[in-house]
Write a protein that binds this ligand. Structure first.
Ligand code: NAD
Length: 481
């Protein structure tokens, strides 16, 4: 508890509204728990509806001046923030681990977030529209403008990376923002709010609040002055938010939601590499990753060899204290998530054959678990587990593999392992997914691709030039000549 108290003194736990830190309007706080010790590490202020109104009002007031600053001047602030985030890597890694239990050894997020701010600082130059004299007697100009106040609501599993993926393009495009972090992992967002103040952003341009879905998140989704809402979280919450957004003022929404990602391993694949990539994907962040390949489909002729390699590799690593740099496998974030994963372990035991793991211990730890021969209609194959639990099934033909991969309501990320590039391209076309990775799986990936889902994994895109689109609306200016 001594370490806990020290941390609370060192970090900011209040709300960042209109350029200053202030207490919740009713002084209500909630605890952030370190999943490994189950000890509270901080008491964080919870934003009330009144606080949401203040944050939105501040963002609304700051919008015209921020919009009119111009790309270069806005970019200068983003560059400053990028440098400050990069310099704070170690503090951010620790805070994020204390909130989520992800091992510090897996921390890459400050570098990624810094790159995002730098990238969008420059990329906002490409937000031009088009112009034409194609209609005689008219100059027709189509321009792109920021929405105004953007509300940003994020999940807990990669708090800083999600913060940057939304805040950087929203600001670069000229919007002002109100960001709500997850109630499970608010500390890195608050830390970055301090960096926002240090970078000298004008008051109201960036507002960072903490709180739960109700009332805080819902008040943001329902706010009439919010014109654009970007959300990362579960499909169920996304549906509620989209409904609230539609009911209040039909604000533009962008949804980054859940997944049930398939990996297809063909008979000609490099089986060693395919096993290494797919087992890492389901283990990274203890499986609490939207793109984790939780369904692996292997051609029946190589299933035995592939599964043997997978089982050998999946047990490697060290489970333990996430702050220990040699640890590779941390706990589930909390008791809810832990119980949820345990329920799927029971379903797997009943519906299929468990060939590795299958057990959990009282520290919220779940051993990497492999099930085989699970029927396709089992809940284990259809629902997002968000834990280190994978099902390996077999297929006979390419058509069958595609059908199995697409037999889901989700469509976020899919992997194909084969040496036959014609086949890889055929599958890339036919698989219903926002990302199709060939001969690799998450968490590897480039930084310059669009990211997002189809079907119930969401709509809209994050990253690269496409990320800016979510924060710009299109206007036609017609001039009679
Ligand atoms: P969640 O849906 O429970 O919560 C996400 C955020 O929504 C939190 O900030 C929460 O406070 C807020 N919220 C909850 N109810 C709300 C409401 N009624 N109105 C407004 N806001 C509300 O999700 P989670 O448990 O934090 O995150 C895990 C989920 O996120 C998984 O489904 C995972 O796949 C998904 N995810 C998706 C991506 C992606 O890019 N597609 C990335 C990371 C996580």
């Amino acid at each position: 508890m001594a370490a806990t108290a020290k941390l609370s003194e060192a970090i900011e736990t209040r709300l960042f509204i209109n350029g200053e830190f202030r207490s919740s309007s009713d002084n209500k706080t909630f605890e952030v728990i370190y999943p490994f010790t189950k000890e509270p590490v901080a008491n964080v202020h919870e934003a009330t509806t009144e606080d949401v109104n203040s944050a939105v009002a501040a963002a609304h007031a700051a919008f015209p001046a921020w919009r009119d600053l111009g790309v270069s001047e806005r970019g200068a602030y983003l560059h400053k923030l990028s440098s400050l985030i990069r310099e704070s890597n170690d503090e951010l890694a620790k805070l994020e681990t204390l909130c989520t239990g992800r091992p510090v050894s897996q921390y890459f997020d400050a570098g990624l977030a810094a790159d995002n701010f730098r990238y969008f600082a420059e990329t906002a130059w490409s937000t031009q529209g088009t112009a034409s004299f194609n209609t005689p007697g008219f100059l027709n100009m189509t321009v792109r403008q920021p929405y105004g106040v953007a509300a940003l609501i994020i999940a807990w599993n990669f708090p800083l990376a999600l913060f940057a993926a939304k805040v950087a393009p929203a600001l670069a495009a000229g919007n002002t923002v109100v960001l709500k972090s997850s109630e499970k992992a608010p500390l890195t967002s608050l830390y970055v709010a301090k960096l926002v103040a240090k970078a000298g952003f004008p008051p109201g341009v960036v507002n960072v609040i903490s709180g739960f879905g109700l009332p805080t998140g819902d008040a943001m989704a329902s706010h009439k002055l919010v014109r654009c809402l970007s959300f990362t979280g579960s499909t169920l919450t996304g549906q509620k938010i989209q409904a609230a957004a539609a009911k209040s003022n039909l604000k533009h929404t962008h949804m980054e939601l859940g997944g049930k990602s398939p990996a297809i391993v063909f008979e000609d694949a490099d089986l060693e590499a395919a096993a290494a990539a797919t087992q890492l994907s389901i283990k990274f962040n203890s499986g609490q990753v939207c793109v984790a390949n939780s369904r692996v489909y292997v051609h029946e002729s190589v299933a035995k060899r592939f599964t043997q390699l997978f089982l050998e590799k999946v047990v490697a690593g060290k489970m333990g204290d996430p702050l220990d740099p040699t640890t590779t496998h941390g706990p589930q974030i909390d008791v809810l998530q832990y119980n949820r994963v345990k329920e799927y372990l029971s379903i797997g035991q009943k519906d299929g054959t468990c060939t590795q793991g299958g057990d959990a211990n009282d520290g919220f730890f779940v051993h990497p678990t492999v099930f085989e021969s699970v029927p396709e209609d089992s809940r284990l194959m259809r629902e997002e587990i968000f834990g280190p639990v994978v099902a390996i099934n077999t297929f006979k033909t390419e058509e069958e593999a595609i059908e199995m991969a697409n037999n889901t309501e989700f469509g976020l990320y899919a992997s194909v392992f084969t040496k036959d590039m014609d086949r890889a391209i055929r599958l890339a076309k036919l698989i219903e997914s926002g990302v199709v990775a060939v001969n690799c799986s998450s968490p590897s990936g480039t930084k310059d691709g669009a990211f997002g889902g189809v079907k119930m994994s969401g709509n809209g895109r994050e990253g690269y030039l496409y990320g800016l689109d979510e924060y710009l609306e299109t206007k036609t200016v017609l001039v009679k000549t």
